[in-house]
Write a new protein. Sequence first.
Length: 661
Amino acid sequence: MKHIYLTAMTVMISAAALAQGVLPAAPTKATELRRVEASTENNVYNVEREVIWSNDCNIDNCASDWVFDNGADLVGQPWEEIDINFECSLEGPAGPYNQWAGGTGDFTAASPMNSTTVDNGLIILDSDLFGADANYDAAWIENAWFQTANSIDCSAYDFVSMSFETRYRCWDNGASDDSEKCLVEVSRDGINWPDVSTVSEADGWVIYDTDTVMSRWEVFPGYETSDQTDNPGIVELDITSAAGGQDMVYVRFRWVGTWGYSWEIDDISIYETPANDIRIDNYVSYTDYNTSGIYEYGVFGAGQLETIDAAAKVYNVGYEPQPGTSLSVDLNGDNQGASDAIELGYGANDTLRVAVTLGDAGDYVVDYSVSSDNMDENEANNTASQSFSVSDLHIGRDNGVMTGLFPGEGTDDFIACNPMQIFEDVTIYAIDVAIADGSEEGTPVIAHLFDGADENFLVEQYGGLLVSSDELDLASAYSNTGEETPDGITWYTLVLEEPYTAAAGDLIGVGFEHYGGSNVQIWESKFTYDQTSFVYGPFGTGGTYDWYFTNEVPMVRLNLDADAMNTVNVEDIAGEAFQLFPCVPNPATASARMTYRLDQAAEISFEVRDMTGKLVVAEDRGTQSAGDHNLILDVSAFEAGVYTFSLNVDGARATQRIIVQ
């Protein structure tokens, strides 16, 4: 990547269009905020099969296993006499534009991809670090490769395939369109290879005596500017034409293009191609996001959607056609049906989908399974699973699992914003955020709602601002360490200045802001697609302020509870003889933590009553000293409903409501 293009666009769509499944496009950005840690629910599937040869790109064996070279000796070519060899590495790509891979853009290395054996090394082929060395002169073209140092014996196998784990992002842009190629090439003798002066798959043939053999495969055909794989993606290629039945097989990975971002490769395997093997690819989505545009909400609002399409991309990686290929989907163990059966030809793939009916509030697990009329030889890669929740009180893009901190430097000023699609009219009372442990007491914070259809949304800092909360001074007691607890996440609630009713068809930006200076971090959650979650702040090269997209969901949610209360403003504590803080979590399912502060020693008791006034729990805690105290209330045996919790301090009383689900 050699230039950052900052653009943004929003699309207004009517409620009628939303009902047809066409959804607002997220604003387009050509830059991305660096990641703290890549996370995704997609899986790389390891299957049992007969392996002919494998290599885990161990950095200690790099020199003996691999030969690195390039096309610099081609006289007259623009890369002549330029050193463009690459290497085995324990790190990810370096360079000024590695933010996409979790780097900082200051030429230090990003974290490597999440491959199976990443701890012992991987191979990087291409990096924008080379472009920096060449002063980003757009005439320079790279042509580099690495290949097996020793031959592989495939003589006992008529059908041969290979797989590898990879992370790649395409740069192609402007004058360099379609110049960037990731290629796998095969030689039967280590001497005769496809012509290195050409880059098309169509030219990838090699003549051996009387045989003309296809020996080149383009790994990412059709990739355009900024397209990228999962982290990691898995690539499977059938190389039978060049390798089947051969006693000497050499494999080369070659990259040609105008710089690019980087191509990482690890865990390479050559194996006998099975006759019958279909698999679920790295695309599974319980909203079929690539088709519908519906975000994969971790928490759906009850009544917002009646049905969603659960989809999976299915590949035929066997050499026989696969008639009767279909996808079956279960929701919490209840079968939702199967897709129409299709025939997948040799090397073909298709995305199959099944409609899933959303139920009442609760947790849901989606199980995917693919099958065909033939007996599958590798059933281990035929299944996948995802999960989400439905709630009466929240709408959230996160799935409640804390995976990383944002921002990396907590003193940065920032806004974290998740756009939310509204499918049925809903009233929003507050915004909830998962504050990270270590955030500083008394730091001012605020929350906002934005109009996603406003032309300045994600263009200006406060473009499309609809309504904000009061500014609160943060109480550090209501934070999360990132470790799972029986009580779940402690949500910090910021009530809006006035409730906001969003209409079906709206796109609402849900934002949390920290002004900077003091340390404040929030938690991020699951993987999300490009251009679907955003942050504002000094995250560009040189600390440039702008909106950037991120692939980890900031844990910022809509709160639909009409009785929502601000968690606490630390200034409210001053001058009180005691303070009862809001209970967490609320709603609760197993237990809730009550925190209170005493200015002086006092006699303490508490009671819990249901909405009829019936006494449910009463306890005398005796005399307690000044300071902060916690009380854990076991609600596991309570009936679902609303209860009041009253704290008595030397005869004075404070009361709060708690919801039990």
